[in-house]
Write a protein that binds this ligand. Structure first.
Ligand code: DAU
Length: 334
């Protein structure tokens, strides 16, 4: 299997590439990544130097760049190339439309020309907030709240339209929140772990009672591995976990694991349009692939904290001037 992983140097991409290189050594892996602020080629450096992964720097918005890389007899594309941070989409939506909407259309067109199947990684955020007791199935209406979620919902619509119009070989996976190594420190968990390890306060939006489901990234990777083997054209699959937790409880748990003071919690202004709760029904994927997440939240959090503790150099390298500017703009003088 000759796989092209677009966005393979970001959080999910880096983990997926590492997972497939060790679990599926027979696959030939090529990473295509623009290397924006959230992607780092160094994440997969050792795999590139061992010859397990080929790397091409490129942008999914440029068909000529994709055409070139698709010429190498690619059997499937897994698309993880995206702008992913909700708060940044509220500050500046333009880049989100460019990569997550326009880029996906270009990728669809290029894959179709070469008859290459596309597996697209979407998000549970397209469904919008779920009332208590409700879990959205794959056929629920889209109701995105943020520019990020709207851009991802648009991509899903374009993909489903291509399936109907051209019979295009494409499928969509919609995971819940992931946690694990290599996540850029703008997201709740790495941001809070980094700050708590340094004894700095952490910004909890609003009352902190918003809830999310969390999935350890290894479980995400094993799900994608199964979906590659059982590619199902035109299908959407939710990918959920058993663990719903409020942001405030999650923060308290992180504080306990790291061993610092609960007083480091600061309630700050809420995120505009903040969804109180996400919840999706993941039974379609579970029934089709016999997949179940292996990592309980506590173990996943401990593994994640340990990885950041063991890799201070990685965190330092990601906190560039751009990160500091974003942080000041987002949090002011926290
Ligand atoms: O649900 C899947 C989505 O999960 C993915 O599609 C997104 O790409 C990914 O960024 C993530 O979105 P969230 O907005 O849920 O993740 P984030 O880590 O930014 O925030 C998690 C929760 O924590 C959310 O309710 C907002 C809150 N939060 C976040 C930050 C960064 C805070 O209270 N304070 C913060 O400083």
């Amino acid at each position: 299997m000759n796989l092209l992983i677009t966005g393979g140097c970001g959080f999910l991409g880096t983990n997926l590439v590492g997972h497939l290189a060790s679990h599926r050594p027979e696959y030939h892996l090529t990473v295509f990544d623009l290397l924006t602020y959230a992607g780092a080629k160094s994440n997969i450096k050792s795999l590139i130097s061992k010859g397990s992964v080929a790397f091409v720097q490129g942008d999914i918005c440029y068909p000529d760049q994709l055409d070139k890389v698709l010429e190498y007899g690619i059997d499937m594309v897994i698309n993880l190339a995206a702008e992913t941070h909700v708060d940044r989409s509220i500050l500046d939506p333009g880049d989100f439309v460019r990569s997550n909407v326009f880029g996906v259309q270009v990728l669809l067109d290029c894959c179709r020309k070469k008859s290459v199947p596309l597996m697209h990684i979407s998000t549970d955020e397209i469904y919008g907030p779920a009332p208590k007791g409700v879990s959205f199935r794959e056929d629920a209406a889209f109701s995105p709240s943020s520019p990020y979620a709207a851009s991802k919902a648009s991509a899903d619509l374009l993909i489903l339209a291509a399936v109907r119009t051209y019979g295009q070989e494409a499928m969509i996976i919609r995971p819940v929140n992931n946690l694990g190594p290599y996540q850029y420190p703008e997201k709740l968990i790495p941001l809070f772990v980094d700050r708590l390890m340094r004894g700095l306060p952490v910004p909890v939006y609003g009352d902190g009672k918003q809830t999310r489901y969390w999935l350890y990234v290894d479980d995400f990777c094993s799900a994608v591995e199964l979906a590659i083997e059982g590619f199902s054209k035109g299908e959407c699959h939710n990918l959920s976990s058993q663990t719903e937790i409020s942001n405030i409880d999650l923060t308290r748990q992180l504080i306990e694991i790291i061993g610092c003071k609960q007083e480091l919690i600061r309630h700050v202004d809420d995120r505009p349009g903040h969804d109180r709760r996400y919840a999706i029904d993941g039974s379609k994927f579970v029934n089709k692939f016999g997949w179940l997440p292996k990592f309980e939240l506590d173990r996943a959090l401990r593994n994640t904290v340990k990885w950041y503790q063991d890799n201070p150099g990685w965190l330092k390298s990601r906190k560039t001037k751009e990160f500091e500017q974003y942080f000041d703009r987002q949090y002011g003088s926290l």
